[in-house]
Ligand binder design. Sequence first.
Ligand SMILES: N[C@@H](CCC(=O)N[C@@H](CS)C(=O)NCC(=O)O)C(=O)O
Length: 267
Amino acid sequence: MSSAKRQKTAKDGVPYELVYWPGIPGRGEHIRLLLEEAGAAYTDKALQPDEEGGGAKAVLALIDPSHMGDDVGNPPILAPPVLRHRDLVLSQTPNILMYLAPRLGLAPSADDDDVDGIYRLNSLVLTALDGLSNEVHDCHHPIAVSLYYEDQKEEALRRSQDYVKNRLPKFLGYFERVLKSKASGEGPWLYGGRLTYADLVLFHCVDGLKFMFTKAMEAMEKEYKGVFELYEAVKARPKIKEYLASDRRQKFSEGIYRHYDELDITE
Ligand SMILES: N[C@@H](CCC(=O)N[C@@H](CS)C(=O)NCC(=O)O)C(=O)O
């Protein structure tokens, strides 16, 4: 389906709207993956042209310093991704995911027996985003976000070397341990023996890392078997598979996960 607006039935009937930078999967991708797996109705502003109020224009309107939030209690926004649902305007990726996941059946909800499950899942998600997303961005921008990669190449290489040697194995090893824990339950999933949004988050992190640190990730496949099995299991899910092959899925380029040959190191 090529349309930016998908009209599958949302569980509560109100479509979601994602506002994020066009041209990269970025942090917005974590949100897309939940919506896609659940078959939820949503509009992806990144896929709409600027002239129709989409694309970068939608983001810029929200983060403009003159934007003062609104009368229904939504504060101004500093950075995307942003989720709009009914009159709620939310920022911060893990916050948005926590809002969506129980509604989309990808985390225990308040009515479930596992009332604390969502907080346990949030621990896993925040850990994945710390080590396998935020720190990855620091690998190509170790000095300053406001500088070009070309202005910090030497430091980026040093940072990447340390990341691949120490941090990447630490975080992949942690998730391998989670997968072996009793809490993970049966099957390839991180928590409770069923697919949750934490699995989708880890999937996207691994996908991005495979793009950026291709050689290192290949070398780690044997050691962190469970993590890569989870990756393949998510990739094979029918709705995710269809989404990944569609033109709704944007290619990795100049976002968090970037491929620079000189940073594609083993150890
Ligand atoms: N912790 C925030 C980070 C948001 C963020 O850094 N967004 C990026 C795009 S992925 C951005 O546009 N940042 C602008 C800025 O930091 O000035 C989240 O998880 O949503």
